[in-house]
Design a protein around this ligand. Structure first.
Ligand code: DX5
Ligand code: ZN
Length: 234
């Protein structure tokens, strides 16, 4: 499992210190939300800021582009130290195919995100091209929103496709993920958990990351037990 605290919930005046705190917490990835004020109604930060964080830590930089023109940002974010770049399926089939190919050809991991109102079927043609399928569990643009439970069937669908097609992309959830909703997502098949407000709001981030791991593990074990029970009684 991957726990990815989101910098969006950090103190914007202390990004370097916050990135350091996250990388010391035992978290696996640092999630970086890039908003352009057009694709989403908010602006966050750009490649220049991410570049200043790269020397602070070796942690995996999970760059989530909520931007209308990602093609102009791929090279700058690669130079800034991105490990993975995620783009949105709402950009349209043709653009997505080209963007994913460009990201991979730059030697980076490629992610594809699906907004709550968008059908997960739009991701289907791209599954073989991606390393991560990001199921948005809130409408993107702001941290601190409530988890949308109606998105959980998409996580189940993503897990079913992964099984039947023998693929190995990660299933990432993002938005309103706290200790309880992380467990729900894990039960549905998610393995990668972005969390801003719920984690960064904790004084002891290391303990919070550990607690989230425990909640996810317990939910996974529960899922396995139920599957075995079903198999035994059928
Ligand atoms: C939402 C962003 C999320 C955000 C999640 O637009 O994509 O990554 O940081 O924040 P929380 O965990 O506070 O919902
Ligand atoms: Zn995000």
């Amino acid at each position: 499992m991957i726990i990815a605290p989101s910098l969006l919930a950090a103190d914007f005046g202390r990004f370097a210190k916050e990135a350091e705190r996250i990388s010391r917490s035992g978290a696996d990835w640092l999630h970086l939300d890039i908003m352009d004020g057009h694709f989403v109604p908010n602006i966050s930060f750009g490649p220049q800021v991410v570049k200043t964080l790269r020397p602070v830590s070796r942690i995996f930089f999970d760059v989530h582009l909520m931007c209308s023109r990602p093609e102009i940002l791929l090279a700058p974010f690669r130079e800034a130290g991105a490990s993975q770049i995620t783009i949105h399926v709402e950009l349209g089939d043709q653009a997505v195919t080209q963007l994913l190919w460009k990201i991979k050809s730059m030697g980076l991991k490629a992610g594809l995100a699906v907004n709550p109102p968008t059908s997960i079927s739009h991701a289907l043609p791209h599954l073989e091209q991606i390393d991560t399928l990001l199921v948005m569990t809130v409408n993107p643009g702001f941290g601190g929103q409530s988890f949308i439970y109606e998105t959980l069937p998409k996580v189940q669908q993503a897990a079913a496709w992964r099984r039947t097609r023998e693929l190995d992309y990660r299933i990432e959830v993002d938005g309103g993920v706290n200790f309880a909703t992380a467990a729900e997502c894990a039960r549905a098949g998610a393995d990668t958990f972005v969390s801003g407000t719920a984690l960064l709001g904790c004084r002891n981030l290391g303990a919070a990351v550990k607690k989230m791991r425990k909640c996810v593990e317990a939910a996974q074990a529960d899922g396995t037990r139920q599957t075995m029970l079903q198999a035994a009684t059928s």
